[in-house]
Every structure is written in C-alpha cells, then in structure tokens.
Design a protein around this ligand. Structure first.
Ligand code: SF4
Length: 151
C-alpha cells in the first residue's frame, strides 16, 4: 500500500506510482525509508495508527467492482474511460495508462480516502482492494510494515 515513485518501482510490483509523502514527525519511523519499518506480527494492527493506509494504493478493475465503484457490466470498458469517471468523482488521483492501474485518492495528510480519521479503521474493510489484503506479505518490504503506535 502507500512511497517515492522510483522507490516503489524498484521494490514492489504492486506499488508503481508512489508520490512523495510527508515525513511523519511524531515517530521515528519513516514511511519513505523501508529500513525503518517493523517486522510484522498480528498484534501490531491493534495499536497502529494505520500508517499503511497512508501509502499509495494500487487498484485494479476487479477491485473497483467489489468496491461498487463501477458496475460489473463496465468491466470491459476502456480503463482510460473508467479512470476519467473516477478521477472526476475524486476517487482516484492517478492512473497508470501503461498497466491500467488506478491509484486511490488520498487526503492532504496522505490518508486514504476510505480511512476513518477518528477510528483509524478502514470504512470499506470487507470490500477493500487486493493490495490492502496482501499487505504486508506483498509490498515494498515483504513481512515488514510502517508501524506507528497510536498516540
Ligand atoms: S482501502 Fe481501507 S485498508 Fe485500503 S488503504 Fe484505504 S482505508 Fe486502508
């Protein structure tokens, strides 16, 4: 899920469009520097401030259907056309034309559009994109995450 463009292209087949992120100031962890990430263990998620939901999220057409952002019958529509519609609706902020990959929009603080700002939980958890489901097993540093403890 969410790094610098050249960084992600080098490290992850699932994160090809990272943009520059703000550097967190509250913790020593640096989302842009995977060497500062923490080895993942299940219990981390309960005290984390959802830092993984501040990373760019790649989304495919199948995800968009599950997320009910497009109808199943739109599956074969040109991705460029879908991207135009979703960008206009503020749901994606980037589209990779070459690989037909969409990137979910993020707020000014880099939070994912679907992250609840108060609870720091995903508001579409059951329908969340495959990229989110795969994290951190697949991502910039497999088996590690950008854990940041809640205040
Ligand atoms: S879709 Fe949900 S799990 Fe995925 S980054 Fe956004 S808030 Fe997090």
């Amino acid at each position: 899920m969410h790094l610098l463009s050249q960084f992600s292209e080098y490290f992850s087949p699932h994160l090809t469009g990272f943009k520059q992120m703000n550097t967190p100031t509250t913790r020593s962890i640096d989302l842009d520097r995977i060497e500062t990430w923490t080895k993942y263990r299940k219990t981390l998620c309960t005290t984390c401030q959802a830092s993984c939901c501040r990373l760019p999220v790649e989304v495919w057409t199948e995800d968009l259907i599950r997320m009910e952002l497009i109808d199943p019958f739109e599956k074969n529509d040109p991705p460029k056309q879908i991207a135009k519609k979703l960008r206009k609706a503020g749901i994606i902020d980037h589209f990779n034309y070459k690989n037909a990959i969409f990137f979910l929009a993020r707020r000014a603080n880099d939070d994912c559009l679907y992250l609840d700002e108060t609870t720091r939980r995903c508001t579409i958890y059951d329908k969340r994109p495959q990229t989110c489901r795969n994290h951190p097993q697949i991502g910039p540093r497999a088996g590690y995450c950008a854990y940041q403890q809640q205040d």
